[in-house]
Every structure is written in structure tokens, then in C-alpha cells.
Ligand binder design. Structure first.
Ligand SMILES: [Zn+2]
Length: 229
């Protein structure tokens, strides 16, 4: 079997499983596509990725390709049903948050098991991600949460990125951007620094503006209430 045929099977099977349409493959970044495949299918060899890269771009510099792959830890945000289900858990939880609290939520998963589900609370350390990771650490009795994945409806801030790095979680998924304080993509790109982040992969945003709209509505309602008093 030649490489072309093998790659063709490789594309169809793995990418389809991830919810990526074969017809739209060209729009994806080759590095991101390879990293995403490597994360979900760790047994795929780096050699296969080099073949894949050459398949997409015949003139690619393979040495540069390899070094860039090893440095990046950001995965393509592919909204598979499994990921979608986690954000559904967050959406359902938002409805149960006391009205005065910010609808910012973090969900910690260990495989299929929910370890912690928390929202923002009072105090400057009371961010959802911190609440969630601290509770997860206590529940599991482990200093490091290396087999856990964290799902947030918003891009974490700098403080939360620090706690995420300390927790050594396997993966962060965030639903939407947080343009003012986000430290994953918006204001800083903390998790891209492979020297301080050797453990955590991340993917996001899966949605563009849907959660931001919810948050803006929350603040608008708060302002209206305070004017009405
Ligand atoms: Zn935060």
C-alpha cells in the first residue's frame, strides 16, 4: 500500500471520528490538525504526521514542522458530541446559580466522572476554575490532576491559568473568549509557553460570542436592577 492510500484511510477514519469533515480539511491549520489527532489518538506516530504534512503541503520544511509541533499545545476546537455534552452540563448548571452570582462555570472531569462543578463566588480568589480545581484536588486526594480535563464556559484569566498550570491537568477546554482578561488567547497566551507549561493541552473557543452575549445580558440586568432601586 503506498503512502497516498494509507493517508487517505488515515484522514477518513481519524478526522471523521473527530467530527472534522473531509471536504473542509483544507481550511484547517496542518499543525493544529496533527496536534489534535495526536491528542485523541496518541498511538499515531510522528512519522505519520510528517507524511500527512507533506500530503497537505509538498514544500513543507519537515525539521521546522517537527519542532513547531513539539512546542505547541493548542488543539483544534472540534465540537464533538462528547465535548458538547460537557458544555450542556455547564449550561444546565448556570440555570441553578443564584441570580446575583456571575454565570462563569468550571467543570472538572476524570474520564466520564464529574469531579467538581463550580461557579464564581465572592472574593478575589473565588473564580470558577480555582474553586473547581481546589475542590477536585481535595476530592481526589491528589496534588496533581494529571488525568483530569477542565471545561469552562469562558477563557480563563491569568490567575486561573496559573492555578491550571499548578494543577497539571491534562486538558483545558473553554467555550468562549473572555476579551478583557482572558490569558489563553485574548490578552496573553500563557499556555503557549512550553517552558512553563509542559503538561496542559488546550482547545477553544468552541463557540463565538454565544456565552459572551449571556454575560453581557447578566451585566445589563444587574445595571437595570441597581437603577431601579
Ligand atoms: Zn480567573
Amino acid at each position: 500500500m503506498n503512502n497516498e492510500v494509507r493517508l487517505s484511510n488515515f484522514f477518513i477514519e481519524k478526522t471523521t471520528n473527530l467530527g472534522i469533515e473531509i471536504e473542509s480539511l483544507a481550511k484547517y491549520d496542518v499543525y493544529q490538525l496533527c496536534l489534535t489527532l495526536k491528542y485523541y489518538y496518541p498511538t499515531i506516530s510522528w512519522r505519520d504526521f510528517e507524511l500527512l504534512a507533506r500530503h497537505i503541503d509538498n514544500n513543507i520544511d519537515l525539521a521546522y514542522f517537527r519542532s513547531k509541533l513539539l512546542q505547541q499545545r493548542q488543539l483544534l476546537p472540534v465540537l464533538s458530541p462528547v465535548i458538547q455534552n460537557k458544555f450542556k452540563i455547564i449550561d444546565d448548571y448556570i440555570l441553578r446559580i443564584p441570580e446575583a452570582d456571575l454565570p462563569m462555570v468550571a467543570l472538572l472531569m476524570h474520564g466520564d466522572e464529574i469531579i467538581s462543578l463550580r461557579h464564581n463566588t465572592q472574593g478575589m480568589l473565588g473564580h470558577a476554575e480555582v474553586n473547581c480545581l481546589v475542590e477536585g484536588q481535595a476530592k481526589l486526594g491528589q496534588k496533581y490532576l494529571t488525568n483530569c480535563e477542565l471545561f469552562c464556559n469562558f477563557e480563563p484569566c491569568l490567575m486561573c491559568c496559573g492555578v491550571i498550570l499548578q494543577s497539571r491537568i491534562k486538558m483545558l477546554h473553554y467555550a468562549d473568549r473572555e476579551y478583557h482578561t482572558g490569558a489563553v488567547a485574548s490578552q496573553l497566551q500563557v499556555l503557549d509557553n512550553h517552558k512553563i507549561n509542559p503538561h496542559t493541552w488546550y482547545a477553544g473557543p468552541y463557540f463565538l460570542g454565544e456565552y459572551v452575549n449571556d454575560l453581557q445580558r447578566f451585566f445589563r440586568e444587574c445595571r437595570n436592577k441597581s437603577h431601579a432601586v
